[in-house]
Design a protein around this ligand. Sequence first.
Ligand SMILES: [Zn+2]
Ligand SMILES: [Zn+2]
Length: 255
Amino acid sequence: MKINVIGCSGAEIPGHNAPSFLLNNEIVFDAGSITSALNIKSQLRIKHIFITHAHLDHIRSIPFLTDNIILGKNRHTINLYSINPVISTIKKHLFNSSMWPDFTLIPDPENAILNLSKLRTNKPVKINDYTVTPYRVNHPVPAVGYLVEDKKSRKLFYTGDTGPTPKTWEKIKSKKLNCLIIDVSFPDRMRELAISTGHLTPQLLKEEIATMYNLPEKICITHPKPQYFKVIQSELKKTGLKNVHILKEGEIIRV
Ligand SMILES: [Zn+2]
Ligand SMILES: [Zn+2]
Protein backbone atom coordinates (compact mmCIF):
# COMPACT_ATOMS: atom_id res chain seq x y z
CA MET A 1 0.00 0.00 0.00
CA LYS A 2 1.16 3.49 -0.80
CA ILE A 3 -0.23 6.28 1.36
CA ASN A 4 0.34 9.89 0.50
CA VAL A 5 0.20 12.09 3.61
CA ILE A 6 -1.69 15.12 2.34
CA GLY A 7 -2.29 16.52 5.81
CA CYS A 8 -1.48 15.34 9.35
CA SER A 9 -1.68 18.45 11.50
CA GLY A 10 -3.76 19.04 14.61
CA ALA A 11 -4.16 22.77 14.04
CA GLU A 12 -4.48 25.15 11.13
CA ILE A 13 -1.49 27.39 10.49
CA PRO A 14 0.01 28.14 7.04
CA GLY A 15 2.17 25.15 6.03
CA HIS A 16 0.21 22.72 8.22
CA ASN A 17 -2.70 20.81 6.69
CA ALA A 18 -5.68 19.20 8.40
CA PRO A 19 -5.79 15.36 8.25
CA SER A 20 -6.10 13.60 4.86
CA PHE A 21 -4.41 10.38 3.76
CA LEU A 22 -4.58 9.29 0.13
CA LEU A 23 -4.35 5.56 -0.57
CA ASN A 24 -3.15 4.67 -4.07
CA ASN A 25 -4.52 7.92 -5.55
CA GLU A 26 -8.22 7.05 -5.30
CA ILE A 27 -9.30 6.44 -1.72
CA VAL A 28 -8.98 9.13 0.94
CA PHE A 29 -9.18 8.78 4.69
CA ASP A 30 -10.46 12.05 6.18
CA ALA A 31 -11.06 15.16 4.14
CA GLY A 32 -9.19 17.89 6.00
CA SER A 33 -7.02 19.16 3.16
CA ILE A 34 -7.91 17.46 -0.15
CA THR A 35 -8.82 20.70 -1.92
CA SER A 36 -6.24 22.95 -0.27
CA ALA A 37 -3.26 20.64 -0.91
CA LEU A 38 -3.95 18.55 -4.04
CA ASN A 39 -3.97 19.83 -7.61
CA ILE A 40 -7.23 19.61 -9.53
CA LYS A 41 -6.17 16.50 -11.51
CA SER A 42 -5.44 14.57 -8.32
CA GLN A 43 -8.66 15.79 -6.70
CA LEU A 44 -10.75 14.52 -9.63
CA ARG A 45 -9.20 11.04 -9.40
CA ILE A 46 -10.68 10.53 -5.93
CA LYS A 47 -13.72 8.24 -5.91
CA HIS A 48 -14.01 7.14 -2.27
CA ILE A 49 -13.70 9.04 1.01
CA PHE A 50 -13.78 7.44 4.45
CA ILE A 51 -14.48 9.84 7.32
CA THR A 52 -13.45 9.03 10.90
CA HIS A 53 -15.70 11.63 12.57
CA ALA A 54 -17.55 14.84 11.77
CA HIS A 55 -15.22 17.39 13.40
CA LEU A 56 -14.59 20.19 10.95
CA ASP A 57 -10.84 19.56 10.52
CA HIS A 58 -11.70 16.09 9.12
CA ILE A 59 -14.51 17.05 6.71
CA ARG A 60 -13.81 20.58 5.56
CA SER A 61 -12.69 19.66 2.00
CA ILE A 62 -15.82 17.74 1.07
CA PRO A 63 -17.96 20.77 0.04
CA PHE A 64 -15.16 22.28 -2.05
CA LEU A 65 -14.43 18.92 -3.70
CA THR A 66 -18.08 18.48 -4.75
CA ASP A 67 -17.93 21.97 -6.23
CA ASN A 68 -14.75 21.15 -8.18
CA ILE A 69 -16.30 17.94 -9.53
CA ILE A 70 -19.41 19.64 -10.85
CA LEU A 71 -17.25 22.19 -12.65
CA GLY A 72 -15.08 19.44 -14.18
CA LYS A 73 -15.63 17.93 -17.65
CA ASN A 74 -16.29 14.36 -16.51
CA ARG A 75 -18.62 14.52 -13.56
CA HIS A 76 -18.52 11.49 -11.34
CA THR A 77 -19.98 10.40 -8.03
CA ILE A 78 -17.94 10.52 -4.85
CA ASN A 79 -18.77 7.80 -2.37
CA LEU A 80 -18.49 9.06 1.18
CA TYR A 81 -18.43 6.41 3.89
CA SER A 82 -18.77 6.54 7.64
CA ILE A 83 -20.90 5.30 10.50
CA ASN A 84 -24.52 6.49 10.71
CA PRO A 85 -24.09 9.38 13.23
CA VAL A 86 -21.24 10.87 11.19
CA ILE A 87 -23.16 10.62 7.91
CA SER A 88 -26.22 12.17 9.58
CA THR A 89 -24.21 15.11 10.93
CA ILE A 90 -22.63 15.78 7.54
CA LYS A 91 -26.04 15.70 5.84
CA LYS A 92 -27.84 17.75 8.48
CA HIS A 93 -25.25 20.42 9.18
CA LEU A 94 -23.20 20.69 5.97
CA PHE A 95 -25.08 19.55 2.86
CA ASN A 96 -28.35 21.07 4.01
CA SER A 97 -28.90 23.69 1.26
CA SER A 98 -28.12 26.33 3.85
CA MET A 99 -24.46 25.89 4.79
CA TRP A 100 -23.75 24.44 1.32
CA PRO A 101 -25.83 23.19 -1.64
CA ASP A 102 -27.14 19.66 -1.16
CA PHE A 103 -24.81 17.76 -3.52
CA THR A 104 -26.59 14.49 -2.66
CA LEU A 105 -29.32 15.80 -5.03
CA ILE A 106 -27.20 17.78 -7.53
CA PRO A 107 -27.25 17.74 -10.55
CA ASP A 108 -30.12 15.26 -10.07
CA PRO A 109 -30.90 12.64 -7.44
CA GLU A 110 -30.06 9.69 -9.76
CA ASN A 111 -26.64 11.04 -10.69
CA ALA A 112 -25.74 13.07 -7.64
CA ILE A 113 -22.15 14.17 -7.10
CA LEU A 114 -22.17 12.92 -3.51
CA ASN A 115 -23.33 9.50 -2.39
CA LEU A 116 -23.48 9.06 1.38
CA SER A 117 -22.87 5.50 2.47
CA LYS A 118 -23.46 4.25 6.01
CA LEU A 119 -21.07 1.74 7.50
CA ARG A 120 -21.62 -0.52 10.46
CA THR A 121 -18.88 -0.78 13.05
CA ASN A 122 -16.78 -3.94 12.84
CA LYS A 123 -18.31 -4.78 9.42
CA PRO A 124 -15.86 -4.77 6.51
CA VAL A 125 -16.53 -3.28 3.09
CA LYS A 126 -14.58 -4.05 -0.08
CA ILE A 127 -13.40 -1.14 -2.19
CA ASN A 128 -11.31 -2.06 -5.23
CA ASP A 129 -8.46 -4.19 -3.87
CA TYR A 130 -8.98 -3.21 -0.23
CA THR A 131 -11.03 -4.35 2.69
CA VAL A 132 -11.88 -1.49 5.02
CA THR A 133 -13.40 -2.00 8.48
CA PRO A 134 -14.48 0.74 10.90
CA TYR A 135 -13.85 0.28 14.62
CA ARG A 136 -15.10 2.65 17.30
CA VAL A 137 -12.44 4.81 18.98
CA ASN A 138 -12.62 7.15 21.98
CA HIS A 139 -13.43 10.76 21.07
CA PRO A 140 -16.10 13.20 22.40
CA VAL A 141 -18.21 12.68 19.24
CA PRO A 142 -19.01 9.38 17.47
CA ALA A 143 -15.75 8.34 15.83
CA VAL A 144 -14.12 5.35 14.19
CA GLY A 145 -10.67 4.31 13.09
CA TYR A 146 -10.21 2.24 9.93
CA LEU A 147 -8.45 -1.06 9.44
CA VAL A 148 -7.31 -1.35 5.83
CA GLU A 149 -6.17 -4.69 4.45
CA ASP A 150 -4.89 -5.31 0.92
CA LYS A 151 -4.83 -8.50 -1.16
CA LYS A 152 -1.45 -9.47 0.27
CA SER A 153 -2.89 -9.17 3.80
CA ARG A 154 -0.83 -6.08 4.55
CA LYS A 155 -2.59 -4.20 7.34
CA LEU A 156 -2.86 -0.54 8.21
CA PHE A 157 -4.88 0.99 11.03
CA TYR A 158 -5.67 4.70 11.04
CA THR A 159 -7.18 5.90 14.33
CA GLY A 160 -8.38 9.36 13.30
CA ASP A 161 -8.70 11.35 16.55
CA THR A 162 -8.64 9.23 19.67
CA GLY A 163 -7.94 9.24 23.36
CA PRO A 164 -7.06 6.03 25.21
CA THR A 165 -9.04 3.32 23.44
CA PRO A 166 -8.30 -0.16 24.85
CA LYS A 167 -11.58 -1.62 23.54
CA THR A 168 -10.42 -0.94 19.98
CA TRP A 169 -7.19 -2.91 20.50
CA GLU A 170 -9.21 -5.72 22.05
CA LYS A 171 -11.37 -5.87 18.89
CA ILE A 172 -8.41 -6.05 16.51
CA LYS A 173 -6.19 -8.22 18.69
CA SER A 174 -5.88 -10.97 16.07
CA LYS A 175 -4.50 -8.49 13.51
CA LYS A 176 -0.78 -7.94 13.22
CA LEU A 177 -0.53 -4.36 11.99
CA ASN A 178 2.18 -3.45 9.50
CA CYS A 179 1.48 0.20 10.18
CA LEU A 180 -0.43 2.16 12.80
CA ILE A 181 -1.24 5.81 12.13
CA ILE A 182 -2.24 7.22 15.51
CA ASP A 183 -3.17 10.56 17.09
CA VAL A 184 -0.66 12.24 19.40
CA SER A 185 -1.90 15.83 19.71
CA PHE A 186 -0.50 17.18 22.97
CA PRO A 187 2.69 17.08 25.09
CA ASP A 188 2.70 15.10 28.35
CA ARG A 189 2.07 18.14 30.54
CA MET A 190 -1.36 18.43 28.89
CA ARG A 191 -2.35 14.87 29.74
CA GLU A 192 -5.67 15.87 31.38
CA LEU A 193 -6.66 18.09 28.46
CA ALA A 194 -5.72 15.29 26.04
CA ILE A 195 -7.90 12.78 27.88
CA SER A 196 -10.87 15.15 28.23
CA THR A 197 -10.75 16.11 24.53
CA GLY A 198 -10.12 12.57 23.25
CA HIS A 199 -6.50 12.73 22.16
CA LEU A 200 -3.16 11.19 23.18
CA THR A 201 0.21 12.44 24.46
CA PRO A 202 3.52 10.57 24.01
CA GLN A 203 3.18 8.88 27.42
CA LEU A 204 -0.47 7.98 26.73
CA LEU A 205 0.68 6.49 23.40
CA LYS A 206 3.19 4.35 25.26
CA GLU A 207 0.41 3.14 27.57
CA GLU A 208 -1.82 2.34 24.57
CA ILE A 209 0.90 0.36 22.83
CA ALA A 210 1.42 -1.60 26.07
CA THR A 211 -2.24 -2.70 25.98
CA MET A 212 -1.99 -3.89 22.35
CA TYR A 213 -1.71 -7.63 21.76
CA ASN A 214 0.65 -7.29 18.79
CA LEU A 215 3.22 -4.57 18.46
CA PRO A 216 2.71 -2.68 15.16
CA GLU A 217 5.69 -2.91 12.80
CA LYS A 218 5.67 0.84 12.28
CA ILE A 219 3.99 3.65 14.27
CA CYS A 220 3.26 6.94 12.50
CA ILE A 221 2.13 9.94 14.51
CA THR A 222 -0.59 12.23 13.18
CA HIS A 223 -2.47 15.30 14.47
CA PRO A 224 0.27 16.93 16.64
CA LYS A 225 -0.38 20.57 17.49
CA PRO A 226 2.38 22.41 15.58
CA GLN A 227 2.75 24.76 18.57
CA TYR A 228 4.12 21.82 20.62
CA PHE A 229 5.88 19.90 17.85
CA LYS A 230 9.38 20.00 19.35
CA VAL A 231 8.37 18.96 22.84
CA ILE A 232 6.16 16.16 21.48
CA GLN A 233 9.09 14.98 19.36
CA SER A 234 11.50 14.87 22.30
CA GLU A 235 8.91 13.20 24.58
CA LEU A 236 8.29 10.54 21.92
CA LYS A 237 12.01 9.79 21.90
CA LYS A 238 11.99 9.43 25.68
CA THR A 239 9.20 6.81 25.54
CA GLY A 240 11.77 4.37 24.14
CA LEU A 241 9.19 3.12 21.62
CA LYS A 242 10.85 1.79 18.49
CA ASN A 243 9.88 2.53 14.88
CA VAL A 244 7.91 5.66 15.82
CA HIS A 245 8.01 8.80 13.76
CA ILE A 246 5.96 11.96 13.36
CA LEU A 247 4.48 12.17 9.89
CA LYS A 248 5.35 15.02 7.56
CA GLU A 249 3.04 16.46 4.96
CA GLY A 250 3.98 15.22 1.47
CA GLU A 251 5.51 12.05 2.91
CA ILE A 252 4.74 8.68 1.31
CA ILE A 253 4.11 5.77 3.70
CA ARG A 254 4.72 2.32 2.21
CA VAL A 255 2.95 -0.48 4.01
ZN1 LIG B 1 -11.82 15.44 16.51
ZN1 LIG C 1 -8.98 16.47 14.51
